[in-house]
Design a protein around this ligand. Structure first.
Ligand SMILES: Nc1ncnc2c1ncn2[C@@H]1O[C@H](COP(=O)(O)OP(=O)(O)O)[C@@H](O)[C@H]1O
Ligand SMILES: [Mg+2]
Length: 244
């Protein structure tokens, strides 16, 4: 059995994920090993249906693998109850969806405060931290706006503020610019890059955009439920250490 890798924020070891559709089984991931290191910036690319979202949901602990090991901060999530897993996810991981997933009838502030409500953070601190997170994504002028009163780019920035407010080690973003025009997409990318560079938050994003992928320090290509290539694949020296 493998041991946790030091400096690994999230570590997937030979994970699979199969969906059982009442008789038909879809093997969405067929044995993927993937490590997200602290502070890194990685782009996942690959054709539609190749398993990118399935992998992101596993890395984000929104789902559990069918087999294999998934560790977050060195802890095997297979040992955690659903409640403990939700708490770990809330503390360590921010998730940004293509479709924003904001509460439509709530203000930007209320949306961003929500993870802190779950974490039991006192009200005054919730307020201050949500406001700071919204200012960090340049939305200090939109605190009381509801999603339908904002552009798509602004809504995605609210979603990033919500992902950030718990001060996670890792930000996972599944096609965060997929529903945005070029200008708003570029603004969202600029913010993700800034959060990585200035706060050291590890960022892993899925994208269809070659230019976006090219700006990441690491590119991972997924195909047919497998990692086809990874520019940060372990070097022979690391492999030797593992078997030593
Ligand atoms: N909830 C689900 N139930 C059944 N099949 C699913 C589900 N989610 C994804 N799949 C299937 O798993 C495969 C990978 O999907 P997905 O991870 O969404 O790919 P991608 O994000 O790369 O487009 C596809 O064949 C898809 O149809
Ligand atoms: Mg997808």
């Amino acid at each position: 059995m493998s041991t946790p890798t030091p400096g690994a924020a999230i570590e997937a070891v030979d994970v699979t994920r199969s969906y059982d559709l009442g008789g038909t089984v879809v093997d969405a991931l067929r044995g993927v090993s993937f490590t997200v290191s602290d502070g890194e910036y990685a782009a996942i690319v690959g054709p539609s249906g190749s398993g990118k979202s399935t992998l992101m949901h596993l890395l984000g602990c929104l789902d559990r693998p069918t087999s294999g090991v998934l560790r977050v901060g060195g802890r095997d999530i297979g040992d955690l109850s659903d409640t403990d897993l939700a708490a770990l996810r809330n503390a360590e991981i921010g998730f940004v969806f293509q479709s924003f997933q904001l509460l439509p009838r709530q203000s930007a502030m209320a949306n961003v405060m929500l993870p802190l409500v779950y974490a039991g953070t006192p009200r005054a601190e919730r307020h201050d931290r949500a406001e700071a997170a919204l200012r960090a994504v340049n939305l200090g002028h939109r605190l009381d706006h509801r999603p339908n009163q904002m552009s798509g780019g602004e809504q995605q920035r609210v979603a990033i503020a919500r992902a950030l407010v718990s001060r996670p080690r890792i930000l996972l973003a599944d096609e965060p610019t997929g529903n945005l025009d070029t200008r708003n997409g570029a603004e969202v990318m600029r913010i993700l890059e800034e959060l990585n560079a200035e706060r050291g938050v590890a960022v892993v994003l899925v994208t269809h955009d070659d230019e976006v992928a090219g700006r990441a320090r690491r590119q991972v290509r997924v195909r047919d439920g497998l990692v086809e290539s990874d520019s940060a694949a372990p070097t022979p020296r690391h492999a030797a250490e593992e078997t030593a």
